[in-house]
Design a binder for this molecule. Structure first.
Ligand SMILES: [Zn+2]
Length: 80
């Protein structure tokens, strides 16, 4: 009997998550695969995933560590 994985649980299936830029009026939704999320979530906590064109709010400095057409990963140094 074949066991079918629901596509929404597939490792390469796109999942949606909120943009983490921190802007009060940001409602952007990002699509990422599990593999992509896994890579970032297991990285440093200062990695923020933002929608393209958004900038980290309240950050002292940042640099882009990864960019795709769906999202941008920033390494953020938060203002103390
Ligand atoms: Zn945003």
């Amino acid at each position: 009997m074949a066991r079918e994985e629901p596509t929404e649980y597939g490792f390469d299936a796109l999942r949606t998550r909120r943009c983490e830029c921190g802007a009060a009026d940001c409602t952007a939704i990002i699509e990422m695969s599990w593999a992509e999320q896994d890579e970032v979530d297991h990285g440093a906590p200062e990695l923020w995933i933002l929608a393209p064109g958004h900038e980290p709010q309240g950050a002292q400095s940042w640099r882009v560590v990864r960019e795709s057409e769906r999202f941008v990963v920033f390494e953020v140094e938060e203002a103390s």
